[in-house]
Design a protein around this ligand. Structure first.
Ligand SMILES: [Zn+2]
Length: 224
């Protein structure tokens, strides 16, 4: 069961109090999506995974705590990029909050964390049927994972996240890139992970850019 509660939270950046909806507990039943989105109920709570201070616009998973790995937070918040993202009418409010938190990590060169937050924003857009906004969030996630991959020293590390990248390319309709990466990744992955890639291969050849879950990949294999 999902329990959400309003809490009065003191912002660590400006010291002011605001009411935040906090996820007290949730559960998940079923398979995650191919891009890792958890199954319901947890998968329906993504809008509560990040908080925003309405006064200073600090966005974090918990605005009462410092994100120690981040530097220059106030300077980043003051940039026009952050400020315009905070109230961008193209995106649902919760997606803007996740994207602002993503910008804080990106500017600190923590690209994988930034990518995960950008992907959360895509899931929120999916739930709100904001198709173009979801596409933009996925394109941003692709860009961030590529930057992270560029920073990795050895070839093996560079290939991490490639399964997620296949799904991201497919969902944004970059099917040739999805297909190429899917074939490359199929050569290297373990048997279990190949199930997902074979299912991705089928979806890509069907030009299917919709949301699918890991359970379908298992059923597909049983039938083939
Ligand atoms: Zn604040």
């Amino acid at each position: 069961m999902t329990i959400i509660r309003p809490y009065n939270v003191k912002c660590i950046m400006c010291g002011r109090n605001s009411s935040q909806t906090v996820l007290a507990s949730s559960n998940t039943m079923g398979y995650p999506d191919l891009d890792g989105r958890p199954a319901p109920m947890l998968g329906n709570t993504i809008g509560y995974w990040n908080q925003a201070c309405r006064y200073c616009k600090y966005c974090a998973s918990d605005i009462s705590k410092a994100q120690k790995e981040l530097k220059g937070i106030k300077e980043i918040i003051s940039t026009s990029e952050y400020q315009s993202q905070f109230s961008n009418p193209e995106f649902p409010e919760e997606a803007n909050i996740a994207l602002c938190n993503s910008i804080l990590f990106e500017k600190n060169a923590l690209y994988l964390e930034a990518a995960q937050l950008s992907l959360q924003a895509a899931w929120i857009c999916d739930s709100n049927e904001k198709i173009e906004a979801a596409r933009k969030c996925r394109e941003r996630t692709i860009m961030l994972i590529q930057r992270w991959q560029e920073k990795q020293k050895n070839a093996k590390e560079k290939k991490l996240e490639s399964i997620l990248m296949v799904d991201l390319y497919r969902r944004v309709g970059r099917l040739e890139e999805a297909q190429k990466l899917c074939y490359e990744t199929l050569k290297t992955k373990s048997k279990n992970l190949k199930k997902f890639l074979k299912y991705e291969k089928k979806l890509i050849s069907d030009k299917d850019t919709a949301r699918h879950n890991a359970g379908e990949a298992f059923h597909e294999e049983e039938q083939s």
